[in-house]
Design a protein around this ligand. Structure first.
Ligand SMILES: [Zn+2]
Length: 337
């Protein structure tokens, strides 16, 4: 190192494992640089500014969860986790590609109490929703991405106050998968632990809703129950402050874990935004020339900022003329709603 400061890079990582001989799998994700990059870009965005702490926690937990779920499926495309809120948080969205490049953003309108609960942010009038979308990389025009949507309520119509509960409920209701999730996020780390009972052989998730008998059967596995109880004993601050080895040892030292090579660095979770000037130009085309001209008359330049990465795209009258004179660009993919 010859006197140069050796910079220790705290890399984001995913550790997957299975419980040997048992129909249970798991994963731990710890996002450090990938998460702080999202926060740094938001904080330096003069239009929005830093997230209030409860929004930061929600978005961090969603990001960790989206990485866990992407790591759990064989799928070439984007895993998109969205919360559509009816309170001061209108939208929180995380997109994780199959190569674990990811981005996330939230739309906040109005004041947020520093101790605001999940429902006070996104489910004030009982209209909040969580959507999980799988958008294939090679999606054909007209093909709809796969999407499941759940309200932010439990089985007894109680408002759910933890995002992990929303997802556990989603996994059971929509995918018939018994899942235990522990999620936590602060201004440095977004982390999560997922434990899932492997689907039973010959029973896919495509046949619609499971019957009550099926659901009882799902919960009846003693091995899964034992491991789920251990997993659920993990505290938020342990998840945020302990390294993965320590977490797994503390929780599962009596279990036989088969570990996979962790994914980190180039192959691990990392921030990346897929926005481009061309995409914004296509969006302006969709807006129409009249609208673009009227903005240009007011401000001389059309400015479009990317909510994910903060990049500002500027189009002056010459740029706009090119957009509307040129051959029509292909339409952007349908927005995910
Ligand atoms: Zn961007």
């Amino acid at each position: 190192m010859s006197g140069l400061t050796h910079k220790i890079v705290d890399m984001s990582e995913i550790h997957k494992f299975i419980f040997e001989g048992l129909p249970v799998r798991g994963a731990v994700v710890r996002l450090t640089d990938a998460w702080t990059e999202i926060l740094r870009r938001r904080a330096s965005n003069t239009t929005h500014g830093a997230y209030p702490p409860p929004v930061q926690s929600l978005l961090g937990e969603m990001t960790a969860a989206a990485v866990l779920m992407q790591s759990n499926i064989k799928f070439n495309g984007a895993m998109v986790v969205q919360v559509f809120g009816d309170g001061p948080v209108k939208l929180a969205v995380v997109e994780v590609q199959s190569d674990f490049s990811l981005r996330a953003t939230a739309t906040v309108n109005g004041e947020i109490d520093p101790h605001a609960s999940l429902s006070q942010m996104v489910n004030v009038g009982n209209e909040g929703r969580c959507a999980i979308t799988l958008d294939p990389q090679d999606r054909q025009p007209g093909q709809q991405p796969y999407q499941g949507v759940v309200p932010l309520f439990g089985d007894a119509r109680e408002k759910l106050e933890k995002f992990s509960d929303v997802l556990q409920h989603y996994m059971l209701q929509s995918e018939q998968l018994d899942t235990t999730l522990v999620l936590a996020a602060d201004d440095k780390v977004a982390a999560g632990l997922l434990i899932q009972r492997l689907p039973m052989a010959g029973r896919g998730n495509l046949s619609g809703r499971a019957s009550q008998a099926d659901e009882d059967q799902i919960g009846r596995n003693e091995d899964y129950k034992r491991i789920a109880i251990l997993a659920a004993s993990l505290k938020r601050d342990e998840l945020l402050t302990l390294d993965v080895e320590t977490i797994l040892h503390r929780l599962f030292w009596e279990e036989q874990l088969l570990r996979f090579e962790p994914l980190q660095g180039e192959t691990g979770p990392r921030f990346s935004c897929s926005c481009s000037r061309e995409r914004v130009a296509r969006m302006l085309q969709g807006l129409g020339q009249a609208e673009a001209d009227s903005i240009l008359q007011e401000r001389e330049v059309i400015e479009v900022g990317c909510d994910y990465c903060g990049v500002q795209y500027r189009f002056d009258a010459v740029d706009a003329a090119q957009i509307f004179m040129g051959t029509p660009l292909p339409l952007p993919p349908a927005p995910l709603q």
